[in-house]
Design a protein around this ligand. Structure first.
Ligand code: NAD
Length: 484
């Protein structure tokens, strides 16, 4: 466990801590007991944060040389790296993930992202464009594009990987010269509040980065409706994504949405089955299955279907459910009572619609929000195979031909990521090209690396984060034409 008594729990605006007019309570998902009372930002607080972020954008942050911006990102990366254990522990306390996972993967992902984009800060260029001449005449032009920052960016993040997902927004937004207002999720604000303390220590100009804990329908909505916010970058549910898109229409606010998923994992009969089973089990159970890219539809060739069911059963039974701070634990509790009820209700829906429970399917006797890792044998048209469950539940579906596998994979509203398991290199590329998803992994989950663009098609969202595309997404292009 970790002591949180000295952690700031207020609003971080303009480089200083403020108390909000009200607070909201959070719960420890391992025990179901009260955890903390946090400041709850309202519309006035959002106004104050937008004013501070606008001042910084027009003032000290905007005036800072690009390489100095990069140096500050490096400084923040160093501070985050040195604080890895604490940040990972805060996330585990808030949302239940085994602490070692956060320390090994999520916090290092934030560090890597800060360093990757630190390097981009002084390498954002437009291009020189050749024209036929000016307006049909032979008079030559000197035409070029600039890549300017957009302005104040609102980053609204979920609870499943708070710092990692925030890093995909914060690092490129800052490197491109924007200022940022962060709205953490109600259920997991602690690690982001600690990050604000590190931002303060790093010495960013006041107002460059602001943090507003609060309620989505209040603080998040005020941020997405604010005319001073020039871009909203959101990760979370499809329903909230739709609401944000509607709200951002009021001011034509640029909007990037990273929403849910129901990732297919196609296993061909020529695949390395041990690797496929291990990979698919990780895809289902990692982070308690609370992952937008969770590989929860395993589409297995009929020849290997029984072997895959057996393998996944073994992998599910090998999971150790328990306290996220116990080093033996591989799966902690779900984030809150609502998510627990939701996942449990999907388990009964699956059984009612005829899915066969291969492993799990029950709720352990315990005060926290635990659910057994569950493998179901079913069909692609079942509710449990169509909707995002956001818990450790996967459905295994058989297929006979490559075309059938592709059509099953694409027969879903989501299109975030997919995995193809095969030893045939030609099939790997052919199938990857036909899958409707923003990212495809072959013989492994699509990695979440700062260099690799990430985002969805269909109901999985709009826009790409990470990589070079990730930084362009935080710039406006302006064309300048000089008539010579
Ligand atoms: P959510 O969409 O309600 O919350 C995500 C963030 O949006 C939070 O910071 C929340 O406070 C904020 N928010 C909520 N309503 C808002 C509004 N009207 N305007 C602006 N901001 C608002 O997601 P949730 O309740 O935390 O989770 C529900 C479901 O979302 C999950 O069961 C899962 O299906 C999905 N989810 C997906 C991801 C992902 O990475 N794709 C992450 C978390 C949750």
């Amino acid at each position: 466990m970790i002591d949180i008594t000295n952690l700031h729990t207020g609003l971080y605006i303009g480089g200083a801590w403020h108390d909000a007019r009200s607070t909201f309570a959070t719960v420890n998902p391992t025990t179901g007991q009260h955890l903390a009372d946090l400041s709850s930002a309202d519309g006035d607080d959002v106004d104050a944060a937008v004013a501070a972020a606008t001042d910084a954008f027009r003032g000290d942050w905007g005036a800072l040389a690009p390489s100095r911006k990069g140096a500050l990102l490096h400084r923040l990366a160093d501070l985050v790296e040195a604080d890895t254990e604490r940040l990972a522990a805060l996330e585990s306390l808030d949302m239940g993930r085994p602490v070692g996972m956060g320390a090994a993967l999520m916090i290092p992902n934030l560090v890597a992202g800060l360093r990757y984009y630190a390097g981009w800060a002084d390498k954002i260029n437009g291009e020189l464009i050749t024209t036929d001449g000016y307006m049909g005449s032979p008079v030559p032009t000197h035409a070029y594009t600039r890549r300017d920052p957009i302005g104040v960016v609102g980053a609204i993040v979920p609870w499943n990987a708070p710092l990692m997902i925030l890093g995909w927004k914060l690092a490129p937004a800052l490197a491109a010269g924007n200022t940022v207002i962060i709205k953490p999720a109600e259920d997991a604000s602690l690690s982001i509040l600690r990050l604000a303390e590190l931002v303060d220590e790093a010495g960013f100009p006041p107002g460059t980065i602001n943090v507003l804990p609060g309620i989505g329908r209040v603080a998040g909505e005020a941020l997405s409706l604010h005319p001073g916010v020039k871009k909203i970058s959101f990760t979370g549910s499809t329903e909230t994504g739709r609401a944000i898109l509607r709200n951002s229409a009021a001011n034509f606010t640029r909007t990037a949405l990273e929403l849910g998923g129901k990732a297919p994992q196609i296993i061909f009969d020529d695949a390395d089955l041990d690797a496929a089973v291990q990979g698919c089990a990780m895809g289902m159970f990692f982070n308690q299955g609370e992952v937008c890219a969770a590989g929860t539809r395993v589409i297995a060739h009929r020849k290997v279907y029984d072997a895959i069911l057996d393998g996944l059963k073994g992998a599910a039974e090998a999971q150790v459910i328990g306290d996220p701070f116990d080093p033996a634990t591989t799966m902690g509790p779900l984030v809150n009572a609502r998510q627990h009820e939701r996942v449990v209700s999907y388990l009964s829906t699956g059984i009612d619609e005829g899915a066969e429970v291969i492993s799990g399917g029950s709720v352990p006797e315990s005060p926290g929000y635990f659910v057994e890792p569950t493998v179901l044998a079913g069909r692609n048209d079942m509710v449990v195979a169509r909707e995002e469950i956001f818990g450790p539940v996967g459905v295994v579906i058989p297929f006979d031909t490559d075309d059938e596998a592709i059509s099953l994979a694409n027969d879903n509203q989501y299109g975030l990521s997919a995995t193809v398991w095969t030893s045939d290199v030609s099939r790997a590329h052919t199938v990857s090209a036909k899958i409707e998803a923003g990212a495809v992994g072959v013989n492994g989950w699509s990695p979440l690396a700062p260099q690799l663009p990430w985002g969805g098609v269909k109901a999985s969202g709009i826009g790409r984060e990470l990589g070079y595309e990730g930084i362009l997404a935080y710039t406006e292009s302006k064309t300048v034409t000089v008539v010579l």
